[in-house]
Write a protein that binds this ligand. Structure first.
Ligand SMILES: [Fe+2]
Ligand SMILES: [Fe+2]
Length: 255
């Protein structure tokens, strides 16, 4: 099965007209599509099924839970499958692909438990000045975002490692996240520091339980292997900052 992968289009400020990859069997939207949501409708009537996993910027300056409800309603109207710590299965040409989708967020343990405090401190500006999401009427700070990260991490680890969730007919496991599962996905433009833990997680041991892991969030491209598993990021980022240099608007990846 061939998958067209798009993420980090940031249509709230960027101008980008999506193009159909003619050979693709599935379109994956891996988050940060439009902070204002409305332009997700650009993918209406797409010729192949669409799977959408929310990014972080879809939550900017909104109630966290209401945002998920609104995105789910929009995806339902458009006929997309939204995955928020959810699993689905796709059958294609006699093969069954198990699909696991979650935004993932961060546990801020990229540098181990001893780096937790520093990494959380480094995330404060983003949480309190950029994202400014709320939950139950209260600001969502770094601790609350970490809670989301733990929820996503625990769900995904259980789905990947507990054989009870594998069906005999599964031929491959596709994982879709917005945030990155490995330090190997770091953006090479930036030095490694406590802020890196707001982008990458140290889940390399989980990657080996997948066949293909697609993610976004880092505004750069990646294609690497962990054991037999392949990790791909095809985030577009901001063309205004020259971040889209080798972005593949009609790129497809096979599972
Ligand atoms: Fe982004
Ligand atoms: Fe992001």
């Amino acid at each position: 099965m061939r998958i067209q992968l798009l993420s980090d289009l940031h249509l709230e400020t960027e101008i980008f007209v999506p193009q159909v990859a003619p050979e693709a069997d599935l379109l994956v939207l891996a988050g940060d599509i439009d902070a204002n949501h409305a332009q997700i409708d650009q993918f209406k009537d797409w010729p192949v099924p669409v799977i959408y996993v929310p990014g972080n910027h879809e939550h900017d300056r909104k109630d966290f839970d209401q945002t998920l409800d609104a995105l789910r309603e929009r995806c339902g109207r458009l006929g997309f499958t939204m995955l928020d710590c959810e699993q689905t299965r796709i059958t294609h040409q006699g093969r069954t692909i198990r699909v696991l989708g979650t935004t993932l967020w961060n546990d801020f343990e990229l540098f181990g438990p001893e780096g937790l405090e520093r990494s959380m401190r480094a995330a404060r500006y983003f949480a309190e000045q950029v994202q400014c999401a709320t939950r139950h009427g209260k600001p969502m700070g770094v601790a609350e975002l970490r809670d989301e990260g733990l929820r996503c991490r625990d769900w995904l680890r259980e789905r990947l490692t507990n054989p009870a969730h594998h069906a005999p007919q599964d031929d491959a496991t596709l994982v879709i996240t917005h945030f990155a599962p490995s330090l190997r996905s770091n953006d090479p433009r930036y030095p490694l520091n406590a802020s890196t833990a707001s982008f990458c997680n140290a889940y390399d041991d989980m990657i080996e339980h997948s066949t293909l892991w697609l993610h976004g969030h880092l505004h750069c491209r990646h294609d690497y292997r962990v054991g037999a598993a392949r990790v791909v990021c095809n985030a577009r980022g901001l063309a205004s900052k020259g971040e889209d240099s080798d972005f593949q608007a009609r790129g497809v990846w096979e599972i």
